[in-house]
Design a protein around this ligand. Structure first.
Ligand SMILES: Nc1ncnc2c1ncn2[C@@H]1O[C@H](COP(=O)(O)OP(=O)(O)OP(=O)(O)O)[C@@H](O)[C@H]1O
Ligand SMILES: [Mg+2]
Length: 243
């Protein structure tokens, strides 16, 4: 999974077929009604749509944080829709990285420790093995001189950069990012977006990023536009060349 050049013959990173999601309640709310979507290794895909259109729901399903009502979800060619929770947790840990609108860094740990946290959960050996790579990534995102700082000593943009490196800690094939720039001013938002795009290119990880910013979306390889629980036809092509 660490190669920057994706294997064109490999199974897609994500394959959704006719995915439906309803939230239970007195009257079940159908939020996604038949989503089919393929993301290939190394792709950078933007997900856009109005508030309440189901973007977070979609990411939560792909991130195995929730279960679809019906339809199929494959990660690396494996049907994960009906796996036991233990196996799902393993996919989450080994195959996926997550970036949220809020960074959720642990305040009592340093920058380096926070970025290494997903490896720490796998044990000391995994943490030792990952440390040089994580240090290098922290340098790449401009935090090489902040490794010993605590999150409270960083700016919002710097905190989010730590969260981006943390998402790459276990060398995932796919990074799911839900409005990663939503809590930042335009300058920091752009810097964080640029970094994700650069890391997408240099590490070969696929990114699926929810954004309300059309300029960022236009710089993705593809745009997925959610309308009324479905992908709007013809909306997948990128409007602007990436710059
Ligand atoms: N846990 C839940 N239980 C019931 N309904 C929910 C739940 N979570 C979300 N919904 C409903 O599902 C719909 C889609 O929500 P979702 O959070 O996926 O939207 P979104 O596109 O991410 O919106 P935003 O841009 O505001 O983040 C909304 O109408 C919401 O009310
Ligand atoms: Mg959302």
């Amino acid at each position: 999974m660490s190669s920057a050049a994706p294997d064109p013959l490999a199974a897609p990173v994500v394959e959704l077929a006719n995915l439906v999601h309803e939230y239970p309640g007195a009257v079940a709310t159908r939020v996604l009604s038949g989503i089919s979507l393929t993301v290939r290794a190394g792709e950078f895909v933007a997900v856009v749509g109005s508030s309440g259109s189901g973007k977070t729901t979609l990411l939560n399903l792909i991130g195995l944080l929730d279960q679809p009502t019906s339809g199929t979800l494959r990660l690396a060619g494996c049907d994960v829709s009906r796996l036991a929770e233990r196996e799902r947790a393993r996919f989450r840990r080994d195959y996926l990285g997550f970036i949220f609108q809020f960074h959720y860094l642990l305040p009592e740990f340093t920058v380096l420790e926070n970025a290494l946290m997903p490896c720490r959960i796998r044990g000391e050996a995994a943490e030792d093995e990952a440390r040089p790579r994580i240090r290098q990534l922290l340098e790449q995102v401009g935090l090489g001189d902040r490794l010993g700082y605590r999150p409270g000593q960083l700016s919002g943009g710097q905190q989010q950069r730590v969260a981006i490196v943390r998402a790459l800690a276990n060398d995932p094939a796919l990074v799911l990012a839900d409005e990663p720039t939503g809590n930042l001013d335009s300058h920091n938002g752009r810097a964080v977006f640029d970094l994700m795009r650069e890391l997408n290119r240099t590490t070969g990880k696929a990114f699926l990023m929810v954004t309300h910013d059309e300029l960022f979306a236009a710089r993705a390889d593809r745009i997925i536009r959610l309308v009324d629980g479905q992908i709007q036809a013809g909306a997948e092509a990128s409007a602007l060349p990436d710059i």
